[in-house]
Design a protein around this ligand. Sequence first.
Ligand code: PLP
Length: 402
Amino acid sequence: MKRIYFDHSATTPVDREVAELMLEYMTDKFGNPSSVHSFGRETRKAVEEAREKVAALINATPKEIFFTSGGTEGDNLALKGVAFANRKKGNHIITTAIEHHAILHTCEYLEKHGFTVTYLPVDENAMIRMEDLKNAITDQTILISVMFANNEVGTIQPIKEIGQLAKDKGIYFHTDAVQAVGSCPIDVKELNIDLLTMAGHKFYASKGVGALYIRRGVKIEEIQHGGGHERNLRAGTENVPGIVGLGKAAEIANRDMEKKNAYIKGLRDKVIATIMEKIPHVKLNGHPDLRLPGNVNFSFLYIEGESLLLNLDMKGIAASSGSACTSGSLDPSHVLLAMGLVHEVAHGSLRVTLGRGNTEEDINYFLEILPEIVEKLRSMSPLYGSAAEFKPSNPCSSCHHH
Ligand SMILES: *Cc1c(COP(=O)(O)O)cnc(C)c1O
């Protein structure tokens, strides 16, 4: 059966060119970059060239790029590293209710270690309000961490305004840009970003590699102890194949971004428009315009996102859902709930994230299949018969623990 991948926010395939380069640095060019002999010098040079390419993608300098094992580590290092290094200055951190768990769970950890955290609410489009951010700042605030773009609904935050405010107040600004890097043009200088997290596998490099940008002068301490790698901030022998691949992926992203985005946006807009036209009782989640080029997120009333996923999977289509009601956790997405969606609506959500490998043909096939599946599932739903009177209530009857 034909398989179609619509889950690029979960991970992307590794670019062939990236993979071939990685293979070279696993087989022939395998030296430890810390070794002084020619094998070591060869990989050291490759690591430093990759650092230049990653820096160029976000207009940083190479010395401001620190390689990590991915998004989760970057977020941990940024938050814990800044918090512990600046605790004499203050103990207050501001973030949002819709962050990835790599941020939220790190904040919970910091709360257990004497820090206080404000979780900003969002509006119905998953946007924070600058007013709320301004009001949350105290003389204890040392760090603001707001994600660049949301992984579930694709909403892009007012990063430039946040950066300016943080700069004016003398507070560090970190952004989890894992979903944005490679999809949004980013200039850390223009946007006044102090720290920025990226992950290779979200933009066609491999899993287990990423980078944290740290503006020169930011006070931060290491969270992993050992050798003096990455200028004493991240101990451990460098993941050379991963890093070299990350550099190549950054170069490709830099080169192709505009063309790639225009293409993916075209597909996305067709998917959104067709779903709205063909399927009744749907709600587009996330900001109508300020959203990632490949993100589609809909709630289909009267059905479970999980059933939708399984039915799509049977037809070879791989998407994702904001609710995990039938897959272990009964909680619907914290992002959708923060946006004010009631449980029934949050449960019916489907995320389709497009990538550069998707074709018009994939989209057409999906748009043909989807209305049939939705219709079938709704015809089986006890709620659908009384559609006219449907009044979503909170909490959801299928969340047994509520
Ligand atoms: C995927 C993702 C992460 C985690 O990155 P890993 O490389 O998987 O650890 C963090 N934040 C966001 C927004 C993500 O999408």
